[in-house]
Every structure is written in structure tokens, then in C-alpha cells.
Design a protein around this ligand. Structure first.
Ligand SMILES: *[C@@H]1O[C@H](CO)[C@@H](O)[C@H](O)[C@H]1NC(C)=O
Length: 341
């Protein structure tokens, strides 16, 4: 056995030479990996240029329902990797499901957009809807059974908690005028747990942790008010920017045509830094009037958006999905900066 080792100079398969080949492959592999990392690296910029201000900030405690109502002006919102929050109340940690635990949205039940909520305490919300007494929900003391149920948000599975029959009855009445049939579920995790939606596979800067709570795509979405203003010049009946359900409404100092194609990094206020990770492609939800819950009979604004915002996507794009890269506080009128190198 000892004699074979190293005895054949032309075809040496000794363990030592195999290790040598292995090291060589690892070295080549490692070098190309480093080259790949170098070419695709995504470094946060050091320089920032002012482009405008945030006109309005919104978030939506219940997916598809109205934004959180805050009566005090000038409040600060916290942005962390999971979502935006205000004094303990978080973005889209609640969602309505049917008897089979399937997601229900305002696309099918436009009345959902008329369910309002206010903060009572850091763990209590007060809901209101037409013709119903207000309803208080304490999400530290949920009244549902203490076990997870399984649901799915646009193809991505997630286990959630039930809020209880008293809450379910109120939501069934508010949305369907029935005593049962719908349930409210709660996202109980302190961090993002969903997988990334496979629709965004081709988006290189999207990370798993950008998936947020019950959001469709990522934790944060920015709408450009100049784009909404431009859209409105093309429509018979102008739409409210809120119909696009963004978190940040950007008022640009000066319009820069097609700036959205080039913006990669954004800072809002002093600290919060975001990466633009995907365009926001649009479904029929923006066709629902935020004030009346009526669906537009001409299919607007989606129909018009399709005429000039399709690019290479399967649906028209308006607004950008953001992933958080540095946490921070934001408030209305904060300056918005774009990073450059
Ligand atoms: C905002 O909208 C205006 C008008 O459509 C456009 O020129 C500009 O590029 C947009 N900016 C961003 C950052 O999306």
C-alpha cells in the first residue's frame, strides 16, 4: 500500500495530490466569488443630495383598512427592519382572513378601506366603522385560542394568531354585514419571518428581511406626489395619492424626469436609510375611492397607468418598494436625500 503513493508520476491519485487539486479548485472558486461580490457589491453611499420632503406619512395597522389616525401633528414614527410603528402600534400586523384562513383584501371587499383605527395604548387599538359601536382590541391579550393558524400572503406562508370571536364578529359585520365568516389574525413575531415573494426573485437588492409583516412585497413603500399629479392630468376624475397606500409621500423640490430609474439609496430625516429594491406594480386596489369605497366604473386609474407605466412588467408600476438599511425616526416634512457616489 505504501509503495503506490507517489510512485506513478504521470497519474498520481495519492490523497496528497487530491488535496492539492481540491485547494486549487477552492482557490479559483473563492477568487471568482470575491470577484462576483466585488462586481455586485452594494455599498451604502457616504454623500447625500436633498431632493425634496416627505409630505405625508401613513401606515395601516390592518392590511387593506384605513391608515392609523393620529390627531397630534408632527409626531415621529419609528422605522426598523420589521416595519414602521408609532408608539408601539405597528404597520400591517393585522389582517382579515376567511373561514379557510385565506387572506381577504379590499380588492374583493372595498368596504375594508372604511374601517378606521386609533391608538388607545401601545398595545390597544380602537376600531370604528359605519353603523357599528367602536371595538377595542388588546393584542397583548388576544381572545383567540393560543395556537397558531396557517395562512398565506400572496403565495408566501406565515403562521399567525387568532384575535377571538368578539373581534371576528365585528369585522364580519363591518365588511360583510354578517355575524361570522371573517376572522382577524395577528402577526406575533418581533422580526420578519416570511420568505421573499418569488415574484421578486430577479431583484438583486431585495433581502429576506425586507418582507415585513403582512405587506405584499416589502416593509416600506414610497409614492412620488409629482407622479400622482402627472397621472391626474391624464384622468377625468383625479385620484388621491392615498389610494396607492404608500408609507411616504414625497414632494420633490424640482421634478427630475425618470429619477426613479436611478435612485438606489434614500435617506429620510437624519438617520433612516433605505434601499430601493423593486418597483411597485399595481393591482386594482387603487381603483377604490378612499373616501367612498366605490370602485371606479371605468377601471381608473389602472387603465390609464397601463398606457404609460408598463415598462417590462406584467402590471403598471408606480411607487417604489424600499428595504430598510439603517433604522431611524421619521416625521412629516423631513428632508429626503438621494445617495450618490
Ligand atoms: C416623480 O415624478 C416626476 C413626474 O412624473 C418624475 O419626473 C420624477 O422622475 C419622479 N421622481 C421619482 C424619484 O420617482
Amino acid at each position: 500500500m505504501m509503495a503506490t503513493s507517489g510512485s506513478n508520476a504521470t497519474f498520481d491519485l495519492s490523497p496528497k495530490s487530491l488535496v492539492g487539486v481540491g485547494v486549487g479548485l477552492v482557490a479559483v472558486g473563492g477568487a471568482s466569488y470575491l470577484l462576483f461580490r466585488h462586481l455586485t457589491r452594494d455599498v451604502m453611499p457616504q454623500k447625500w443630495r436633498r431632493v425634496g420632503t416627505v409630505q405625508r406619512i401613513h401606515f395601516f395597522p390592518v392590511k387593506s383598512c384605513a391608515p392609523l389616525e393620529i390627531s397630534k401633528p408632527g409626531v415621529e414614527y419609528d422605522c426598523d427592519v420589521l416595519s414602521m410603528s408609532f408608539e408601539g402600534i405597528r404597520e400591517r400586523t393585522l389582517m382579515v382572513v376567511n373561514d379557510k384562513n385565506e387572506m381577504i383584501t379590499a380588492r374583493v371587499y372595498p368596504k375594508m378601506t372604511q374601517i378606521h383605527s386609533k391608538k388607545v395604548s401601545p398595545n390597544k387599538l380602537l376600531f370604528s366603522a359605519q353603523d357599528l359601536p367602536d371595538l377595542e382590541l388588546d393584542f397583548e391579550n388576544l381572545e383567540g385560542p393560543e395556537k397558531h393558524v396557517h395562512t398565506v400572503v400572496w403565495g408566501v406562508p406565515v403562521d399567525v394568531m387568532l384575535c377571538g370571536d368578539r373581534i371576528n364578529k365585528w369585522f364580519s359585520q363591518a365588511i360583510r354585514n354578517q355575524d361570522s365568516g371573517l376572522k382577524l389574525v395577528y402577526y406575533p413575531y418581533p422580526k420578519p419571518v416570511k420568505a421573499a415573494n418569488s415574484d421578486f426573485k430577479g431583484m438583486p437588492f431585495m433581502r429576506q428581511e425586507d418582507t415585513g409583516t403582512f405587506t405584499d412585497a416589502t416593509s416600506f413603500m414610497l409614492m412620488n406626489l409629482s407622479s400622482v399629479a402627472d397621472l391626474n392630468t391624464r384622468l377625468k376624475h383625479p385620484v388621491d395619492a392615498q389610494q396607492f397606500r404608500g408609507n411616504f409621500e414625497l414632494k420633490m423640490d424640482v421634478d427630475e424626469p425618470y429619477a426613479e430609474d436611478h435612485w438606489q439609496w434614500l435617506r429620510i430625516g437624519d438617520d433612516a436609510v433605505f434601499r430601493s429594491v423593486a418597483p411597485c406594480t399595481r393591482c386594482i386596489l387603487p381603483n377604490i375611492d378612499v373616501n367612498t369605497a366605490e370602485r371606479d366604473s371605468d377601471g381608473e386609474p389602472l387603465k390609464t397607468l397601463k398606457t404609460y407605466r408598463m415598462f417590462k412588467y406584467s402590471a403598471p408600476a408606480l411607487g417604489i418598494h424600499l428595504g430598510l438599511r439603517l433604522p431611524g425616526k421619521v416625521k412629516a416634512n423631513d428632508v429626503v436625500y438621494v445617495g450618490y457616489k
